[in-house]
Ligand binder design. Sequence first.
Ligand SMILES: *Cc1c(COP(=O)(O)O)cnc(C)c1O
Length: 423
Amino acid sequence: MRTDTICVQSGWKPKKGEPRVLPIYQSTTFKYDNTEEMGRLFDLEDSGYFYTRLQNPTNDCVAAKIAELEGGVAAILTSSGQAANFYAIANICQAGDHIVCSSTLYGGTFNLCAATIKKLGIACTFVDPDAAEEELEQAFLPNTKAVLGESVANPALVVLDIEKFARLAHKHGCPLIIDNTFPTPINCRPFAWGADIVTHSTTKYMDGHAMAVGGCVVDSGNFDWDAWKEKFPGLTTPDETYHGIVYTEKFGKLAYITKMTAQLMRDLGSIPSPMNAFLLNVGLETLALRVPRHCSNAQKAAEFLAAHEKVEFVNFAGLPGDKYYDLAKKYMPKGTCGVISFGLKGGREEAVRFMDSLKLAQIVTHVADARTCVLHPASHTHRQMNDEQLREAGVTPGMIRFSVGIEDPQDIIEDLEQALAQV
Ligand SMILES: *Cc1c(COP(=O)(O)O)cnc(C)c1O
């Protein structure tokens, strides 16, 4: 099936007499006929549902659809994008390990890597995503276990050179984890360029209607954990909490996601409710229709802003002359996403006056849904960063993050125009 068809048809495949629409299995638990049957599930000897914290049929159908969209072998839904990125790291890192991260990250992911995993004993080196390979090379240590970046960074809109990062990661025996939230698999397929794991905040375009917070981790099945056995003992040596099974031996290409289900979901439990998975699936059905509209509306808004005398800069890789125009043409030729960041002449004060004058675009802590919205990263999502950290994350104090919706583009432009007149 092609992408647009996968969005609509994949996941739930009803048998005779079953509901056409994905059912919401709003049940914590599942019934078995005898003690032995259920015991085998606990040993991972049989596969089957027994408790929704580990697996649920509604959640699994939606995860399968996202795996297919990304071209991966398996996926798992999480209760948020934050949980997805944490799990993607924690599944292969433990105290004493180290990761390499692009410095242009979503604010929450920056905190996760700079502060929270550090408390768990996992160190992180942030690198400039545009640096040359020789310079990036220096960030790697013998205990480096993963490399993390965003295909299109939120909110800096830096387009990552995925092949460059994949080459470096693989040279050092590390999987490349790509947060593909902004372009979605409609616009970018990181696995085709060498990424090994993809994460999503499904809260954004995938849901698309700002209804449910959620996340997803997808495995390409391509990383050869056994080739780097000593680096990844969690996958390649016996798990005593599951009667000594070795994930790579028993599950092959499904090892990484199976371990995540069996250990991280079991012990940390960041599952989405089946109801939220159902809502996400409704969003996914129209993803291939919505994303191109977000992109073409954003292109028009970016062109309008770039030509406006009060606008100092516009970051949008769809603009010829944008620093990331060429990388975007390579990795996401159909467009990047519907998010633009820009700054007004002046700075912070002008940004605030402009934002407070917008009528159609509303101030919300959110991006990437059907309704145009706006946010000021320096005083909202990146508020906890100092000026240097802001600069490294590609955020300036006056930067405005403008998330273009799927309304009539002329109404969006007229709103920008009247708010700019107030500055
Ligand atoms: C929003 C976002 C996250 C965090 O996702 P939540 O669903 O809000 O937890 C992670 N990465 C990117 C790129 C995001 O935009």
